[in-house]
Write a protein that binds this ligand. Structure first.
Ligand code: ITT
Length: 217
């Protein structure tokens, strides 16, 4: 059984639209490394989750990238949501006239095996040390997660452009109320409509197509 490793129920609802009964949520709080890229965070999370679950896993790391803030909060989106909150992030962005933004999502798949060549990249841990923040690089030799296994991990990415607006809508989760795409915030959309255009929907679509041909004995 494929496990979607997340503590976020909103993500699980969106993944079920793509993968239906092929997927079950696994509520395992994998250690999230501090790194400058979603790819590095997701890949390390997938390795750690596979070693924990001993079943094929996907981990998804996502973030809001505000263009006028050089991509902030990006990989730090969860921390910023929990500290500043989305309304203040929205006010800051609008106050600075920095409203162009992107949501990005990286899905990392690990089943302990290698991968045939395909357009989607494989992370083998060699980027470790390049993407890590200075603090993590300094701690890398003593941190088991950072210095952990080099299991191959397949990566699938998706992105969607939008505009930061005053919060609207009751649906979705996280930054959805302040992220508008084509005149509608993600929180105003049904789950189906969000999936059809969202960063996660795009990454899940690529993953689901590739996974349909993946056989693990
Ligand atoms: P897991 O790590 O357990 O999967 P999480 O909520 O911490 O759950 P992320 O680290 O990927 O997930 O999320 C980073 C931040 O981005 C966090 O504040 C989320 O609320 C937000 N986020 C992720 N996907 C989003 C989406 O589709 N819409 C709105 N906000 C989103």
């Amino acid at each position: 059984m494929l496990r979607y490793v997340t503590t976020n129920e909103g993500k699980v609802r969106e993944a079920e639209e793509y993968l239906g009964d092929d997927i079950a949520a696994l509520d395992y709080d994998y250690p999230e490394i501090q790194a400058d890229s979603l790819e590095a965070v997701a890949a390390e999370g997938a390795r750690s989750a596979f070693e924990y679950a001993d079943e094929p896993v996907i981990v998804d790391d996502a973030g809001l990238y505000i263009e006028g803030f050089d991509g902030f909060p990006g990989p730090y989106s969860a921390y910023v949501e929990n500290t500043l909150g989305i309304e203040r992030v929205g006010r800051l962005a609008r106050g600075e006239d920095a409203t162009r933004a992107q949501f990005r999502c990286v899905i990392a798949y690990c089943d302990g095996e290698g991968f045939e060549a395909s357009p989607e990249p494989v992370d083998t841990g060699d980027r470790r040390g390049q993407d890590l923040s200075a603090d993590d690089r300094a701690g890398a030799t003593t941190d088991d997660t950072v210095a952990g296994s080099d299991l191959p991990v397949k990566l699938f990415t998706g992105a969607v452009p939008g505009t930061i607006v005053e919060p609207r809508g009751e649906g979705g989760f996280g930054y959805d109320p302040i992220f508008e795409h084509d005149g509608t915030t993600f929180a105003e959309m049904s789950a189906e409509r969000k999936n059809a255009i969202s960063h996660r929907g795009r990454a899940l679509g690529k993953f689901a197509e590739w996974y349909a041909n993946r056989r693990v004995d």
